[in-house]
Design a protein around this ligand. Structure first.
Ligand SMILES: [Fe+2]
Ligand SMILES: [Fe+2]
Ligand SMILES: [Fe+2]
Length: 277
């Protein structure tokens, strides 16, 4: 099999992981803090590991990891119905991995896909169990339809965080500078925390998180990547600072200031890297 064909198949798998991550996180945030939400977030983290392995393999083969997201199943009126959708999402993944294991002849990649497949089979069993558990425990959709300045600001923050998560992860795969790669991955993980905090805050405030992103910088030179990152971090540090000044809610203010301070730290990390570059 040609390298380019393997890359195309792995990117299809990667897009499926991306869709699963956002689908599962949306469900976990919407059901609030609780045991099942934590378990679903843990599954989403495993999908992130899969995405990471797939992207690294694609780069090793000389390819570019896709930034597209596969199909998500976001319908369902109850938590039990969401969990059925998550079972179906795993079924799709299982089917695709089995097909790709059959056609890809590289033994190392075959082994990796088998490793991922075993996780997906385990997730499928977990979600199957959650369908029944959600009904038994009467878990509810805690999201509301509040729409005002606060929910607009939170959704702006969520959109920003999702965008930089993708941007920093993508850059961490594409840069040839090892230190920059590691720092970009670290900051992406920090941005994932921000996304989670903002989404949970949104659900707590009776709003609905909208997990969509804007344009992701796709520079190929490390210096250009870092310049784009510093620019975006400066803009959002200012925006979080302004939003913190405008709210009277002490909990929200504290959260926004904490995130702002992380963004200021990111500016410093990226600026140091740029100076060394
Ligand atoms: Fe899975
Ligand atoms: Fe952030
Ligand atoms: Fe940041």
């Amino acid at each position: 099999m040609e390298k380019s064909d393997i890359i195309a198949l792995l990117n299809q798998d990667l897009e499926g992981e991306h869709a699963a991550i956002i689908q599962y996180l949306t469900h976990a945030y919407a059901m609030g803090e609780g045991e099942m939400a934590c378990e679903i977030e843990a599954i989403a983290r495993e999908e992130m590991r899969h995405l990471d392995w797939l992207a690294e393999t694609i780069v090793d083969l000389g390819g570019v990891p896709s930034l597209q997201r596969g199909e998500m199943r976001m319908t369902g009126q109850s938590v039990a119905e969401w969990m059925k959708n998550d079972v179906l999402q795993e079924d799709d993944g299982i089917k695709l991995y089995k097909e790709h294991i059959d056609v890809i002849d590289d033994p190392k990649i075959k082994r990796l896909l088998k490793r991922i497949l075993s996780d997906e089979e385990s997730h499928r069993g977990d979600f199957d169990h959650f369908v029944e558990k959600a009904g038994r425990e009467g878990l509810k959709d805690l999201r509301g339809n509040r729409s005002d300045g606060v929910t607009r600001m939170l959704n702006w923050g969520i959109e920003h965080e999702y965008t930089v998560i993708l941007q920093y992860i993508f850059q961490s795969y594409m840069t040839k500078d090892e230190e920059a790669s590691k720092e970009l991955e670290d900051q992406a993980i920090n941005e994932m925390q921000h996304l989670g905090w903002l989404a949970e805050e949104m659900v707590g405030a009776s709003g609905t998180p909208r997990i969509e992103h804007t344009d992701v910088d796709q520079s190929t030179e490390t210096a250009d990547m870092l310049r784009a990152d510093i620019k975006i971090e400066r803009e959002v540090a200012d925006a979080y600072d302004k939003a913190a000044g405008e709210t009277d809610d002490p909990g929200l203010k504290e959260l926004l200031i904490r995130i702002r301070d992380h963004e200021i730290y990111h500016i410093d990390v990226f600026s140091d890297l740029l100076e060394k570059d």
